[in-house]
Ligand binder design. Structure first.
Ligand SMILES: Nc1ncnc2c1ncn2[C@@H]1O[C@H](COP(=O)(O)OP(=O)(O)O)[C@@H](O)[C@H]1O
Ligand SMILES: [Mg+2]
Length: 328
């Protein structure tokens, strides 16, 4: 092939995106140079072609539509089996969750009368008090997919990009009915790897809140935060309900320990006295202490878990928590 023809073929295949043909012409050029005795140039060309092929291969688009590819980075989807009975809840909070479930189950009637079932929820409270679990329970009870928004995928160096990604998520709430869970949503305005400008954070957070307000889908939208301090009243207005999560009181601690341990517990455990040792711990920490006590029983090949065994694990948790608090 003459050089001019080769050049034309290269340009044509490049403009048509025909990589196969492009590489094959390029290889012909390399072979031609080799024949002319330009061994070094031929070798260089082959190396360049190999490199180009490898680079292309790595970034090859997968044959799913671009939007669903992007969404896969933004949402992690699961189908939880969790139920409300799995949760130990303070009475008010239990009622609030039941009400959401009831209204959703009667959504058709409610909508037919021009009303809307509550579906935009703000969950506020310290870590380990059941916010994430509640999102899973709502999905489980209603048979919805749980679509957890991945903050690491959402937050980028660029504010504009974060807003565009949020838009994609709110488009999804329309076409895929589910429980959309924005955990630690107060981080949404903060940029990864950059000094955070408070004004900018507010702007992105506000556009997020506006998207919540304007969302007219049938999906549940749940936002959770550990930092009630940063929230103002304008924010609460955008939600149909605000659920407050607190550390367990003695009553809930007893219920939590019993739920996990009664099957294996020795007779005559004074649960209420034991719960004194749990005061100050979160639901997650009490649960964990119970599980540690059970593991000890297994390891030591004992038959039952004792009051002393549970107490020492509760105290261990407390020590760990206190030490973390001192350092944090
Ligand atoms: N109210 C609760 N009832 C029963 N278990 C709970 C409750 N809250 C938390 N837990 C336990 O603690 C774990 C962590 O709770 P999680 O929902 O992740 O807390 P949060 O999202 O508020 O930080 C749960 O998976 C569950 O085992
Ligand atoms: Mg959580």
């Amino acid at each position: 092939m003459a050089r001019a023809d080769q050049l034309k073929a290269l340009l044509k295949s490049h403009s048509e995106g025909d990589d196969q043909h492009f590489y094959s012409v390029a290889m012909q050029v390399a072979a031609h140079e080799a024949k002319l005795g330009h061994g070094k140039l031929a070798e260089e060309l082959r190396t360049l072609i190999d490199k180009a092929k490898r680079r292309k291969g790595a970034g090859q688009p997968i044959p799913i539509s671009r939007s669903s590819g992007d969404l896969a980075n933004l949402l992690s989807i699961s189908y939880p089996k969790s139920r409300l009975v799995d949760m130990i809840l303070e009475e008010n909070l239990g009622d609030q969750l039941k009400r959401v479930i009831r209204e959703q189950r009667h959504a058709a009637e409610i909508l037919a009368h021009g009303l809307s079932p509550r579906r935009k929820l703000l969950l506020v409270g310290p870590p380990g008090t059941g916010k994430t679990m509640s999102a899973a329970v709502l999905a489980g009870e209603l048979g919805f997919p749980l679509c957890q928004v991945r903050l690491d995928g959402l937050i980028t160096k660029y504010m504009g990009e974060t807003a565009a990604k949020l838009r994609q998520i709110f488009d999804a709430t329309d076409h895929t009915c589910g429980v959309y869970f924005f955990d630690e949503f107060d981080a949404i305005g903060s940029q990864r790897g950059m000094s955070n400008d408070v004004g900018e954070i507010r702007r992105v957070l506000n556009s997020f809140l506006l998207m919540i307000e304007q969302d007219s889908s049938h999906s549940l939208i749940i936002a959770a935060t550990n930092h009630p301090g940063i929230l103002d009243h304008a924010l609460f207005r955008r939600f149909d309900d605000v659920l407050h999560y607190t550390l367990p009181e003695k009553k809930q601690a007893v219920a939590l320990l019993k739920a996990r341990l009664t099957q294996t517990a020795a007779k005559g455990i004074a649960w209420t006295r034991l719960a004194d040792a749990a005061v100050g711990l979160s639901y997650a920490e009490v649960t964990r202490a119970g599980e540690e006590a059970l593991k000890n029983v297994l390891i030591n090949k004992e038959k039952t878990v004792t009051e002393a065994g549970i107490r020492s694990m509760l105290e261990e948790r407390k020590n760990i928590t206190e030490r973390l608090r001192q350092h944090g």
